[in-house]
Design a protein around this ligand. Structure first.
Ligand code: PEP
Ligand code: MG
Length: 367
């Protein structure tokens, strides 16, 4: 594993004496978590659990969503619970003694479902090669079912907390896995510090509802395992409505994490998925800004962050605030976040050293 050595390590240790912003990492597997820890990360600011649902597990989610048979659904959720408990056990162990913010599933739904277009092509191929009529009919039924979930703008559709509100069994499964992994580690003498984060909240009712689900689940695991589990529950602030009503939302949150990727997308109305495309980057560069607002935080978006922090503290004076969008590892943005009053930034593991340095510079400039 790469490590910080020699002069760089010494310089970063000096920097740490000055900075007031914490630096955490975004990681979703134990290897990346351990790597970020070796680079000086003070915790995991964002564990994107949807990254744990690739391969076979994607199929399990598809089965869960498309199948209305309760027994099939229950089996799918049990399979996921087993897998997730193992995932979280590894993450918390790698970060023993440091906070790990686990974000509940936040995929656009289409990422879990097979592509109707690909299924259509497959059906045509099956028909052309004289496949069994029953098999073709089954594929067609699957395609039509998936089609009925299609959204014009999946990034603005059934994502984040919306998925958990429609299918509460999913957050129950994830929170149960978090609490079970924590209980197991505590019994083994470790000091796990998980936190639960609810994504894409726009109104306080969403957080209130899912917080209730999470608290009930944690209490059940505490009773089953005979241990006390203190697990803070917070939310992403990544929609403008959440930022401007942060006082209300904070009444139900132990922490906020600003998702500046989505916040930039929804504030400007530019698709973050088209930043590498033709129109968005050219238009931005030629007509709007001398920088890419998806890489360096825009002052307008930062105003929403500052407003969210200020209002958030009105709703909950003990609120912890961080930034976990890509901007959390960008030095220019870190200077701006220092002014916004957040407590920490969280970035990809390899950006942790530069973030430590930038945070020290920002603190010295603000003296
Ligand atoms: C964000 O929106 O800034 C964020 C961190 O979440 P994601 O990139 O996973 O949408
Ligand atoms: Mg987001």
């Amino acid at each position: 594993m790469p490590e910080l050595t020699g002069d760089l390590d010494t310089i970063l240790e000096w920097a740490d004496e000055f900075r007031t912003l914490g630096v955490r990492a975004n990681a979703d597997n134990p290897e990346d978590a351990a790597l970020s820890r070796s680079f000086g990360a003070q915790g995991i600011g964002l564990c994107r659990t949807e990254h744990m649902f690739l391969g076979d597990r994607k199929q399990i989610i598809q089965t869960f969503i498309l199948n209305e048979d309760e027994a099939v659904r229950e089996k799918a959720v049990n399979d996921l619970f087993e897998a997730q408990t193992g995932d979280f056990y590894g993450m918390f162990k790698a970060m023993d003694g440091l906070p790990v913010i686990v974000r509940l599933l936040d995929p656009p739904l289409h990422e879990f479902l097979e592509s109707p277009r690909a299924l259509d092509v497959e059906i045509a191929r099956m028909e052309a090669t004289g496949a069994d009529a029953a098999a073709v009919a089954e594929k067609r039924e699957l395609m039509e079912k998936i089609d009925s979930f299609a959204e014009q703008n999946p990034m603005l559709g059934m994502r984040g907390c919306r998925l958990g509100i429609v299918y509460p069994i999913l957050p129950v499964m994830q929170v149960r896995a978090i609490a079970t992994a924590m209980a197991k580690l505590k019994k083994e003498g470790f000091d796990p510090k998980p936190e639960v984060m609810i994504p894409l909240v726009s109104v306080k009712a969403e957080l209130e509802k899912l917080r209730g689900v999470a608290e009930k689940t944690i209490a059940e695991v505490e009773a089953e395992q005979g241990v006390t589990l203190e697990i803070p529950i917070g939310t992403m602030i990544e929609l403008p409505r959440a930022a401007v009503t942060a006082d209300d939302i904070a009444k139900h949150a132990d922490f906020f994490s600003f998702g500046t990727n989505d916040l930039t997308q929804t504030t400007f109305g530019f698709s973050r998925d088209d930043v590498e495309g033709e129109f968005v980057p050219q238009y931005l560069a030629q007509h709007i800004l001398p920088y890419n607002p998806f890489a360096t935080i825009d002052r307008g978006v930062a105003k929403l962050v500052a407003m969210g922090v200020k209002l958030g503290h009105e709703g909950n004076p003990d609120l912890m605030c961080g930034v976990c969008g890509e901007h959390g590892g960008d030095p220019d943005s870190i200077h701006i976040f220092q002014e916004c009053g957040v407590n920490y930034v969280s970035c990809s593991p390899y950006r942790v050293p530069i973030a430590r340095l930038a945070a020290a510079q920002a603190a010295l400039e603000n003296k």
